[in-house]
Ligand binder design. Structure first.
Ligand code: HEC
Length: 106
């Protein structure tokens, strides 16, 4: 079924083309990418370019949150239209997605 295979490959490429890939061997960053795609990209854009949510790319998160703990706190608690992820993601998952935004997306 070459046709079906082509569709699958195309869909996979679309999904994969979105968020930047993790280029190092780091399972926590891979997990963070996964969470980013599912929980954050709808508002912040697949590459962090923003949308309903603020831009997270081009070094912004490091500038706005020099200390990773303050960014973990923001994602946990939420702020204005940024939803709280407390109870939706575990602390480990929040750390993973925050690391992804700082180390890969940025
Ligand atoms: C429903 C839309 C929405 C979703 C989903 C969402 N955000 Fe946000 N986010 C926002 C908005 C809107 C802001 C700006 C909040 C403000 O104005 O104070 C924001 C702000 C932020 C900021 C602060 C940016 C800065 O430089 O001040 C970070 C970091 C952030 N979001 C990370 C995340 C992460 C990580 C996820 C996924 C776990 C996520 N957001 C999911 C809407 C969203």
């Amino acid at each position: 079924m070459p046709g079906l295979l082509a569709v699958a490959v195309t869909l996979g490429a679309c999904a994969g083309a979105s968020a930047p890939e993790v280029l190092v061997d780091d399972p926590q960053l891979e997990q963070g990418r996964d969470i980013y795609v599912r929980q954050c990209s709808s508002c912040h854009g697949s590459t962090g370019g923003g949308g309903r949510g603020s831009k997270l790319d081009e070094g912004r998160v490091i500038r706005d949150f020099p200390d990773i703990d303050s960014q973990i706190e923001l994602v946990t608690a939420g702020r204005n239209s940024m939803p709280s992820f407390s109870g939706k993601l575990t602390t480990d998952e929040i750390v993973a997605v925050v690391r992804y935004t700082r180390e890969v997306l940025s």
